[in-house]
Design a protein around this ligand. Structure first.
Ligand SMILES: [Zn+2]
Length: 98
């Protein structure tokens, strides 16, 4: 598929496109690997990728996703700009989905 790695905060997250049972995507913070289920609609794929990017943003900013409030959520979500700016292939891929 369109992109194989995500470069964020000086770290490389490996992207694997492979079927996973009972999930659309899964981010493993230990191995810094993102698995994406390829057989899903474009609309769903876009939602899945944004969802997984959110996990990556929280992980690499050392935020426990369960404990953050609205203000931190807003601040962190701005990180999409930083993240996508450095990953043109990922950005273009998302733009083609919807
Ligand atoms: Zn999740």
């Amino acid at each position: 598929m369109g992109f194989r790695k995500i470069n964020y905060k000086g770290k490389i997250i490996k992207v694997i496109w492979k079927s996973c049972t009972d999930c659309y995507g899964m981010y493993d913070s230990n191995s810094r690997t993102l698995t994406i289920h390829p057989e899903q609609s474009n609309y769903n794929l876009a939602k899945t990728i944004y969802h997984e990017l959110w996990h990556i943003i929280c992980d690499l900013n050392e935020v426990d996703i369960n404990k953050i409030g609205e203000e931190k959520t807003a601040k962190l979500s701005e990180q999409y700009v930083n993240l996508l700016k450095n990953n043109k292939r990922l950005k273009n891929f998302l733009n083609e989905l919807y």
